[in-house]
Design a protein around this ligand. Structure first.
Ligand SMILES: *[C@@H]1O[C@H](CO)[C@@H](O)[C@H](O)[C@H]1NC(C)=O
Ligand SMILES: *[C@@H]1O[C@H](CO)[C@@H](O)[C@H](O)[C@H]1NC(C)=O
Ligand SMILES: *[C@@H]1O[C@H](CO)[C@@H](O)[C@H](O)[C@H]1NC(C)=O
Ligand SMILES: *[C@@H]1O[C@H](CO)[C@@H](O)[C@H](O)[C@H]1NC(C)=O
Ligand SMILES: *[C@@H]1O[C@H](CO)[C@@H](O)[C@H](O)[C@H]1NC(C)=O
Ligand SMILES: *[C@@H]1O[C@H](CO)[C@@H](O)[C@H](O)[C@H]1NC(C)=O
Ligand SMILES: *[C@@H]1O[C@H](CO)[C@@H](O)[C@H](O)[C@H]1NC(C)=O
Ligand SMILES: CC(=O)N[C@H]1CO[C@H](CO)[C@@H](O)[C@@H]1O
Length: 908
């Protein structure tokens, strides 16, 4: 250890005489421990200036009640009848006497700084070097004459996720995000740079006892200068080893992620807990680093969300035998040992238990006694989930009340599942006003559903909504601002609606009045309304009989004109909208709109749309951080920035965008965090339980999945660890966006991750955007992995003879398949792919089609357009028979259902 003594001799401390902090360096790190509390102030990878810790603003939050890495929180009781006592090193800091020694960087007796603990427990903390890494160790000794039960033990984890007062570029360069894998003895925490490029940090248990049982948000006084728990500072969590004291109190109505436990310490007994901090060079190396420090690792294909009819496989990198497997709730999953893969991986075949739905956990216990929990979520069969959603939106969420003074009727309006009714009043006016993400989400989802599963009765309701509400009041149907979209139909202005009873229990301060609600200037809203029209165009072209009010072409041009208004200017040259120059959530549909305009020979419209997109893309290519939004930092612009940068050939911007997503979209063996792109403030704009809280599967999941999956399909090396990682986070986010749909078909805007809730928000809110991601991203991928062999993300592989692979797509849409070894992407725009058969020996792929997906209840398609694209290495793939047209979008063939299946051949 090149510790203080060496640094002293080197004169480093002399350069900063007023500073009595403890600088340290290990083989892998250099850092600083705070002079008074001994907590971590700075942690840099050896030889680098980048700091994982918020050292530059540390002094602004170094008071009582501010938690740091190295702090310690406990709840215990001396006898079973006593209430739990809560203590923390952070609540009343007093100067601690520290020592350093040959064995430790800093050793501290914490009893004095933890008020009122000295008669019960003696606690020491040691920071030391461990195999070149930094380690932290706490030892607790029972100094009472009675048994002590420890009901909660938590280690606060603080790294630099503070964006407050930083520019976007500064935040990108200096900040990190923190994500847990709440997997007991196999649990760990990853700290990834916002840049997406390593080195990153992982935190693992050092001592065997230090399981990650729960992950608890740490509340702090809200008056800090850095805006703790706000849009610019999510706040910190603690690693909880025991959680029973919380599950008995604050969390008592909740099923926790893991079984809650406590520890009993006899008089005089000691126990140690520790954490290890390790560098990892890139996100795709996180799991390897975790297994290199001795933990088992689980990798689920296709992830940890299974549709009812989907088979999954869980690969486990273990160093001792699995001695038991426990499923909770019992019977919710069926788990069968499969076989070994390589010499380190063993596999389990996983499928949903009969009638199972929702959360399910697998607890693995290894021969050595360590436990490993893996967290799954079971949904309906994909097409059935979409069918139920369509029904719920067009029936339960159908609002029909001609007397509504805001003109919202008829419509598909926001819903509150906890009361079983429409949200007709809210002080976030837009939620009740059919606009913005939180209020347009429901009609947007209902419309999007028709693009892949058109149902006549649902389309009829959407057409009614268009012609009576959207195109008469939500949007201006004439005048100089024709096509302008209002910010909200609902507003708070009693004198404008004298007969209306505003709910007196709602705080109406500052709520949009009519003037404000009538503004047309939010570019975000133009995605929702253009999506409504474009969806009806699509539905009408797949199932020509479903439209009764207008032609498909009318809807296509409405969609186009709606988009163009957002990019147009007023006669005085001012912009029609704000934010149109930023990436806008869901704008992936604009690319489809553009393609459809072209296919319909509306060439000049397509060209104009393209020019508007190109202009912003060029600007993005000149920006260091082109992912802005109206927020200080965001994970929303990347979808659009990637899409158009790829289309117009800005490869540097594309690469930067993918890295940015890799920085905030983790993969861990937990359905809630796997592919869950960072979102933590939109419960306040679209949820019912309005608080700053890490969101599980908000729309970041479905939308950020799109660039990751697209880039995987474009890769010439799909087996590289980095590309396989992209597929895993992309598919994780994609599947995450289906978990929101409940058993009855209601879709929630997002899941609450705080352990006192662990429940879907009751509001439908902005789910529509997540659902755009679900529909646009749906596909079945076939991969020949170097260790795992043939695996499918989204499909079931049917066992068959050697050299033949048969896959049945089980994704929700069943219109797109990607065969990674061939770089071949086949899509249809109507009907469903029921299976495909790949014969490597015959060099033939046979794709079987049906006129609707099983369980979808959709109108049967009569014809489909089939497209396929292949990467360079598989050039030579061609359709065996059939009329082909070569287009910019790939090869296109018209297919009539009832025909024999399609066959592709190559290399002969
Ligand atoms: C943690 O500290 C205790 C007490 O000093 C010691 O017995 C134990 O070996 C330490 N753990 C490690 C991994 O060094
Ligand atoms: C902790 O784990 C190590 C390595 O697996 C093992 O050798 C040791 O016996 C374990 N210690 C305890 C206290 O379980
Ligand atoms: C699997 O386990 C071995 C040995 O523990 C380790 O070296 C390897 O990196 C692990 N692989 C991955 C991908 O985690
Ligand atoms: C991993 O667990 C499986 C199942 O118990 C076992 O067959 C295999 O030997 C274990 N791997 C190692 C390296 O111990
Ligand atoms: C409506 O709200 C805006 C912005 O808060 C305010 O400037 C305006 O005076 C209000 N108009 C009415 C009629 O209350
Ligand atoms: C109008 O939008 C363009 C980008 O499309 C932007 O460059 C310009 O600054 C905006 N004008 C105003 C007055 O905000
Ligand atoms: C578009 O124009 C081309 C060339 O004139 C024609 O072949 C094609 O049928 C037209 N497509 C549509 C959908 O009208
Ligand atoms: C990432 C890294 O540099 N790890 C090093 C940490 O220190 C140990 C011990 O010196 C080395 O073996 C690792 O390579």
């Amino acid at each position: 250890m090149k510790l203080t003594t060496e640094l002293l001799t080197a004169g480093i401390l002399l350069l900063a005489p007023a500073n009595a902090h403890t600088p340290f360096s290990t083989d892998n790190f250099s850092g600083i421990l705070d002079e008074s509390s001994g907590v971590l102030r700075s942690l840099k990878p050896s030889g680098q200036s980048f700091d994982f810790s918020p050292s530059d603003v540390f002094d602004k939050r170094n008071g009582n009640g501010n938690y740091h890495t190295g702090d310690f929180n406990i709840r215990y009781r001396v006898s079973d009848s006593e209430p739990w006592v809560e203590r923390s090193t952070a609540s009343h800091r007093s100067k601690i006497s520290h020592q350093s020694s040959k064995h430790s960087i800093l050793f501290s007796q914490l009893d004095d700084t933890i008020n009122g603990i000295a008669d019960d427990l003696s606690i020491t903390r040691s920071w030391f070097e461990y195999d070149g890494d930094l380690a932290l160790n706490f030892t607790l000794t029972n100094v009472n004459s009675n048994d002590i039960e420890i009901g909660s033990l938590g280690f606060p984890i603080e790294f630099n996720n503070i964006f407050t007062d930083r520019s976007a570029v500064d935040a990108k360069d200096k900040c990190v995000l923190v994500d847990p894998f709440i997997g007991l003895d196999a649990g760990y925490v990853q700290v990834t740079r916002l840049l997406g490029v390593g080195p990153h940090l992982i935190i693992t248990p050092l001592e065997n006892n230090t399981k990650l049982e729960a992950w608890r948000f740490l509340e702090e006084a809200t008056d800090t200068a850095l805006a703790y728990q706000s849009q610019t500072y999510e706040g910190n969590y603690e690693w909880q080893v025991y959680s029973k004291a919380y599950t008995e109190q604050e969390w008592r109505n909740v099923t926790p992620w893991n079984e809650p436990t406590s520890l009993r310490l006899n008089p005089g007994q000691s126990i140690s807990f520790g954490l290890r901090f390790t560098i990892t060079p890139s996100v795709e190396k996180i799991e390897e680093t975790v297994s290199n420090v001795g933990l088992p690792v689980a990798v689920g294909v296709p992830g940890y969300v299974l549709h009812g009819d989907m088979q999954g496989r869980l690969f486990i990198n273990n160093s001792s035998d699995i001695s038991s497997i426990n499923i909770s709730p019992e019977g919710s999953l069926s788990v069968k040992p499969s076989r070994r893969y390589g010499n380190k991986w063993t596999a389990l075949d996983i499928s949903a238990g009969a009638g199972a739905f929702g959360r399910s956990r697998i607890d693995l216990t290894y021969e050595k006694g360590n436990r490993h929990s893996v967290h799954y979520f079971i949904t309906e069969d994909g097409p059935k989930a979409l069918a139920k959603l369509g029904k719920f939106l067009t029936q339960q969420q159908w609002f029909d009340d001609a007397s509504d003074p805001f003109g919202r009727s008829p419509s598909i309006i926001s819903y509150d599942h906890s009361v079983g009714g429409s949200v007709l009043q809210d002080n976030r006016a837009w939620i009740a006003g059919l606009s913005d993400d939180g209020g347009a989400g429901s009609f947007e989802a209902a419309a999007m559903k028709q693009t892949v599963q058109p149902v006549a009765s649902e389309v009829a309701k959407l057409e009614k909504f268009v012609h009576q509400t959207a195109w008469t009041r939500l949007q201006l149907p004439d005048g100089p601002n024709k096509y302008g979209v209002r910010k909200s139909l609902f507003f708070y202005q009693p004198d404008a609606v004298p007969e209306y009873d505003y709910n007196p229990n709602i705080n109406w301060n500052g709520v949009w009045n009519k003037t404000e609600a009538d503004l047309l200037n939010r570019a975000y809203n133009y995605v929702h309304v253009s999506c409504l029209y474009w969806s009806l165009y699509r539905a009408g072209s797949i199932a020509p009989d479903v439209l009764s009010k207008e032609t498909p072409m009318w809807y296509l041009l409405q969609s186009y004109n709606t988009v163009m208004f957002a990019f147009d200017t007023q006669p005085d040259g001012s912009n029609n909208t704000l934010f149109h120059d930023l990436g806008l959530m869901g704008e992936t549909i604009w690319k489809s709109l553009m393609d459809d305009l072209r296919a319909e020979n509306h060439t000049s419209e397509a060209d104009k749309l393209q020019a508007a997109m190109k202009q912003r893309t060029q600007v993005w290519s000149t920006q260091q951080d082109p992912f802005g939004s109206e927020q200080a930092w965001d994970s929303t612009g990347q979808e659009g920035v990637y899409l158009w940068s790829k289309y117009f050939g800005y490869s540097e911007t594309m690469k930067k965008t993918l890295n940015s997503i890799r920085g905030y979209m983790p993969t861990v063996a937990h359905w809630g965090w796997n592919g869950n792109a960072r979102r933590y403030w939109d419960f306040t704009t679209a949820g019912k339980v309005s608080r700053i809280e890490r969101q599980i599967h908000h729309y970041g999941s479905g939308l950020n999945a799109l660039p990751m999956l697209d880039s995987y399909r474009s890769s010439s090396d799909p087996n590289s660890p980095s590309e396989f990682y992209n597929l895993r986070i992309g598919y994780g986010g994609h599947q995450g966006s289906l978990t929101n749909i409940g058993r009855d078909g209601f879709a929630s805007m997002s899941f609450h991750s705080f352990p006192d809730t662990l429940e879907w928000d009751p509001y439908s809110g902005d789910y529509g955007l997540n659902f755009i991601g679900q529909v646009m991203g749906a596909g079945t991928y076939l991969v020949d992995h170097s260790i795992f062999g043939w695996v499918s993300f989204g499909g079931n592989i049917v066992p068959t003879e050697d050299g033949i692979i048969i896959v049945e797509p089980k994704d929700a849409v069943r219109q797109r398949i990607y065969l990674a070894p061939l770089g071949l992407y086949v899509t249809i725009d109507a009907g469903a792919i029921t299976r495909f058969r790949l014969s490597t020996a015959e060099r033939r792929l046979t794709v079987s089609l049906a006129d609707a997906a099983d369980g979808s209840g959709a109108e049967a398609a009569k014809r489909a357009t089939v497209k396929y694209t292949a990467n360079d290495k598989s050039a030579g793939i061609r359709l065996d028979g059939g009329d082909l047209t070569e287009t910019k979008a790939g090869h296109v063939v018209a297919y009539k259902f009832g025909q024999a299946s399609l066959s592709f051949v190559w290399g002969n």
